[in-house]
Ligand binder design. Structure first.
Ligand code: OAD
Length: 247
């Protein structure tokens, strides 16, 4: 393992174009449950009852109770060493991009600027009616909401969480920023099961653009064999080990 980490560290130069894609595994050490695997959210809850536009139409109260509860849980969590190393790299390397599938906001709290939030943010809301008086989406960090479901301050209609639900497209501006960052020297995919598309295709797209592609995960994923390097281990240990070799 040590020589693999050395090889990777040797590839990272001050002017390297580095892009990182993260998934739920990067927040696992902060105590945030992942979606799949033991203790995963989708083992207990059904995505189709909570994370689709149809579920929201059917029962906005239930969907908001679930998001409100997740916001309460997340508000107690702190960034871990993996988030901190990524934040340090975002400050150190001028050609650095972070794309995250996580909606938890922990990368931002660790100090990474300009995060490309591929699946949106649980800390943002938007008007379900898309009323003309409200912005498309805005930050609201109220925990807990005094009223469930929360209401649009502009039209008094329903608010919805600012996340991407199953069956919804990725925001075109986010896709555009993502596309740009695929053109990189090193693409690191960290803590994602690589089964949810289109996020799961990004490492392959970066490889097709010529990037050296690396996966960090505690398990093998459908991508492991097709990337240049698969590092088996927890993000909160592997990233600090690479960082120590860079120093
Ligand atoms: P998953 O729960 O599918 O996968 C988490 C991955 O993290 C698994 O492959 C684990 O092996 C790995 N993992 C767990 N702990 C780790 C650690 N300490 N270090 C490194 N890896 C670790 O989560 P995502 O891949 O993020 O989408 O899921 C993708 C999307 O599916 C989510 O964004 C969400 C979900 O449904 C939406 O809500 C649209």
């Amino acid at each position: 393992m040590r020589h693999l980490l050395h090889d990777l560290a040797a590839r990272i130069r001050p002017d390297s174009r580095i892009t990182i894609l993260t998934g739920a595994g990067v927040s696992a050490a902060s105590g945030v449950p992942t979606f799949r695997g033991p203790g995963g959210i989708w083992r207990t809850y059904k995505p189709e009852s909570l994370a689709t536009p149809a579920a929201f139409e059917r029962d906005p109260q239930l969907v908001w109770e679930w998001y409100n509860w997740r916001r309460e849980v997340l508000s107690q969590k702190q960034p871990n060493e993996a988030h901190r190393v990524i934040a340090a790299w975002s400050r150190r390397y001028p050609n650095f991009s972070l794309i995250t599938q996580n909606v938890d906001g922990l990368h931002e709290r660790a100090g990474t600027p300009n995060v490309v939030r591929f699946h949106g943010s649980i800390w943002e809301v938007r008007c379900w009616n898309r009323c003309p008086h409200s912005p498309v989406q805005w930050s609201d960090t109220t925990v807990p909401f005094p009223q469930i479901p929360p209401r649009c301050p502009h039209c008094d209609g329903l608010l919805r969480p600012g996340v991407v639900w199953f069956g919804e497209p990725i925001n075109p501006a986010v896709l555009q920023r993502t596309q740009k960052s695929l053109n990189c020297d090193i693409f690191l995919t960290v803590g994602t099961s690589a089964v949810v598309y289109p996020a799961a295709s990004l490492a392959h797209a970066a490889k097709a653009c010529g990037a050296y592609t690396v996966e960090i995960n505690i398990e093998t994923t459908p991508s492991s064999n097709s990337l240049d390097l698969a590092l088996a281990g927890p993000a909160e240990e592997m990233l600090p080990s690479i960082e120590a070799l860079l120093a």
